[in-house]
Design a protein around this ligand. Structure first.
Ligand code: BES
Ligand code: MN
Ligand code: ZN
Length: 509
């Protein structure tokens, strides 16, 4: 796993590193520390601000080089606009912007002065911790296979070599309080980084067995991990999942991850279910070559679930949660399933597989049935890179949300707004459901030409009994999504923050 950057919290009067990042609110509002620095430097900061017409507007920066009177090489001031209106997500973003400034200068040692004008006490500590989180997430870079780029200066001209950062100090009012507040955020960062790593990893390295084994790292955090192998899946009669897997020489797995954090072990769990197709060629209904490499990320739903379980356990969330991922590879071969094949799912319902590229729903059908039978969850959320159609509908700013329960839906929408991992509710109805009726089996795995993301969701719903359930189609947001202040990587780790927030706001205690 990519190492998480360590952050050192020190007080505001601690010695400064050669590169210093400070913050300015609108009207060049500075914190006491920055004012002190400016005074010692004979007003260099104010002179530079005036010369550059820097006023602290959001998304602008000012750099002061080698100011006299203070032992600092470069002082970079980041504008943050009306700071007193900043929400936690804005402050996390500021941390990301600070890291971008550090990386652009290839800084080896840097101090981030986390003082925001007008902020004090507990809020200041939380803000310092949020900035650290943002900086750590922005620092993430999947570089394990770039052997030459590890040399200084060799960075393809695109991404500055970021592994040069040796020390990040976050200077703050109360370092002990900030360090304590950072604890749960560090667990969150670990979960996000794990999710990104799993999604970025190529499929030759991360097959179904390898992905299943990778979840063992959760055991160290106190999660019970059970891996069901092919024999176990046959005994459970997961015919839909096994049909997808049969074209690959690499056998499937289902992984069950349990975190018992609630006071009573018997409290019904919340369940998170992930599509884990380590590579989706389409099978016999093979995909076109262009862009097929992206299908190494077709296990992003599973990656999110694994990362989320690590985050929940790492911060000792007061909840019983179960994560279940269906892990297969969708390949064409002499053993692969054919269009027209009819499989019997674990639920007993039969499915006519008219397109082997609509495989994610087949995997989820069995895992969702299993989740309900085995755990009687109080609710379930599944995540899947299920359809290209959801990208056509929503682009890369929202995941598609399909839900049979208004309260659950509202909670997810709210968590999405709070974290900016946004979801947009899409319809489910009897009329769409009819489109997957089959003449020869209980249902078919594709509908007509239109509403492809809805069809996928309707299919999954046929395996949901009376459990509150939400399906998140994350094809547009989990990979190759819009770059943000806190993510520059191909794999975004989307959903870990959303669902961690969903749990902490609505399902703890
Ligand atoms: N994994 C794909 C969906 C996908 C497409 C994810 C692009 C990310 C980016 C899924 O298994 C798939 O192939 N869906 C088909 C469904 C169709 C055959 C009904 C699709 O979207 O074309
Ligand atoms: Mn597919
Ligand atoms: Zn797929």
């Amino acid at each position: 796993m990519t190492d998480r950057l360590d952050v050192t919290f020190l007080s505001l009067d601690a010695p400064l590193e050669p590169l210093v990042i400070a913050l300015a609110g609108a009207g060049l509002a500075l914190g006491h520390t920055a004012i002190g620095l400016d005074e010692r430097a004979g007003g260099a900061l104010h002179r530079a601000a005036e010369a550059a017409e820097f006023t602290g507007k959001a998304k602008t920066t000012l750099e002061v080089l080698a100011p006299q009177g203070i032992a600092v090489k470069r002082l970079v001031v980041i504008g943050c606009g009306e700071a007193d209106e900043a929400k936690d997500i804005d402050i996390i973003g500021l941390g990301g912007q600070a890291m971008a400034q550090i990386a652009a200068r290839k800084g080896k040692r840097a101090t981030l002065i986390s003082e925001l004008p007008g902020m004090s006490g507990r809020r200041a500590a939380e803000a310092a911790a949020d900035m650290a989180l943002g900086a750590v997430l922005r620092h993430y870079d999947f570089r394990k296979y770039r052997t030459s780029a590890k040399r200084d200066g060799d960075d393809n001209g695109e991404t500055p070599a970021r592994d040069g950062l040796e020390r990040l100090v976050v200077a703050c009012l109360d370092p002990d309080a900030a360090r304590a507040a950072y604890g749960r955020r560090q667990a969150l960062a670990d979960g996000i980084i794990l999710a990104r790593d799993l999604v970025n990893e190529p499929a030759n390295v991360l097959g179904p067995v390898e992905l299943a084994e990778a979840t063992r790292v959760l055991e160290r955090a106190g999660v019970d991990v059970t891996i069901l192998d092919e024999k176990a899946l046959s005994e459970l009669k997961m015919g839909a999942l096994l049909g997808v897997a049969q074209g690959s020489p690499r056998p499937p797995r289902v992984v069950v991850m349990q975190w018992h954090g609630a006071k009573s072990k018997r409290t019904r769990p919340v369940a998170f279910i992930g599509k884990g197709v380590v590579f989706d060629t389409g099978g016999i209904s093979i995909k076109q070559a262009g862009g097929m490499e992206d299908m190494k990320g077709d296990m992003a739903g599973a990656g999110c679930v694994v990362g989320l379980m690590l985050a929940l356990a790492g911060r000792k969330a007061n909840v019983n949660a179960v994560g279940i991922i269906g892990v297969v590879e969708n390949m064409p071969s002499g053993a692969a399933q054919r269009p027209g094949d009819i499989v019997t799912s674990m639920s007993g319902q039969t499915i006519e597989v008219l397109n082997t590229d609509a495989e994610g729903r087949l995997v989820l059908a069995d895992v969702i049935h299993y989740a309900q039978q085995e755990f009687k969850p109080k609710l379930m959320v599944d995540l899947a890179t299920l359809t290209g159609a959801i990208i056509v509908a929503l682009g890369k700013e929202h995941a598609g949300l399909f839900c049979n329960d208004d309260k659950l839906s509202a909670e997810l929408v709210a968590a999405g707004e709070a974290t900016t991992e946004r979801v947009w509710r899409m319809p489910l109805s009897r009329a769409y459901d009819k489109l997957i009726d089959s003449k020869t089996a209980d249902m078919k795995n594709i509908g007509g030409r239109w509403g492809g993301a809805i069809i996928g969701a309707q299919f999954i719903q046929r395996f949901v009994k009376d459990t509150p359930w939400a399906h998140l189609d994350v094809a547009g947001v989990a990979m190759d999504s819009a770059k943000t202040d806190i993510n520059q990587s191909w794999a975004s780790g989307w959903g870990v923050r959303l669902l961690d927030r969903f749990v902490s706001d609505h399902h703890e205690k």
